[in-house]
Design a protein around this ligand. Structure first.
Ligand code: RB5
Length: 149
C-alpha cells in the first residue's frame, strides 16, 4: 500500500510521528511537505496530496493541519477526492467502510499522538463495503459533475 502524506507547519510534528509509525509497519510512504516549521499555507499541501491520490498514484492520503479542517476542505475541492476529518477511531474506520474516503485528515491541535496513530491504523485497516454505499457515492459524484466546468 502506498500512502501520500502532507501537512502545513501546524501539522508537521504529528505528520512526522505518523511517518515514523507507518515506516515501522513497512508501508511505502511519500511526504509531500511541508518539511520545516516555517509558517505556510495548508491548501498548497492539500492540493499536492489530493492530486496524487485522485490520479491513483497512491492508494490513500493522510493530511494534517492544526485542526484538520482547512486541509480537508481544500483536498475535497479536487474531483475524486473524499477527504474525511476524523478525531476518533469509529469515524476513521466508518469513513472507509461507508464513504470510501481516500484521504484521512487529522488536527494536530485536536488529538494527541497516541489517539492519532490509532486513528491512522483504523483508517488503513478498514475496507469499503460497497453495495448501498456505492449508490450514495455515485450521487456525490453526480453533484461534483454538475458543478464542474
Ligand atoms: C494554521 O495556523 C491553522 O490555521 C491551520 O493549520 C488549520 O488549522 C486550518 O484549518
Amino acid at each position: 500500500m502506498r500512502i501520500a502524506l502532507g501537512s502545513d507547519h501546524a501539522g508537521l510534528q504529528l505528520k512526522n510521528e505518523i511517518i515514523k509509525h507507518l515506516e515501522e509497519k513497512g508501508l511505502e510512504i511519500k511526504n509531500f511537505g511541508t518539511y520545516t516549521d516555517a509558517s505556510c499555507d495548508y491548501p498548497d499541501f492539500a492540493e499536492k496530496v489530493a492530486e496524487e491520490v485522485a490520479a491513483k498514484n497512491f492508494n490513500l492520503g493522510i493530511l494534517i493541519c492544526g485542526t484538520g479542517i482547512g486541509i480537508s476542505i481544500a483536498a475535497n475541492k479536487v474531483p475524486g477526492v473524499r477527504a474525511a476529518l476524523c478525531s476518533d477511531t469509529f469515524s476513521a474506520h466508518a469513513c472507509r467502510e461507508h464513504n470510501n474516503a481516500n484521504i484521512l485528515a487529522i488536527g494536530q491541535r485536536v488529538v494527541g499522538v497516541g489517539l492519532a496513530l490509532d486513528i491512522v491504523d483504523s483508517f488503513l485497516s478498514a475496507e469499503f463495503e460497497g453495495d448501498r454505499h456505492q449508490r450514495r457515492l455515485d450521487k456525490i459524484s453526480e453533484i461534483e459533475k454538475k458543478y464542474s466546468k
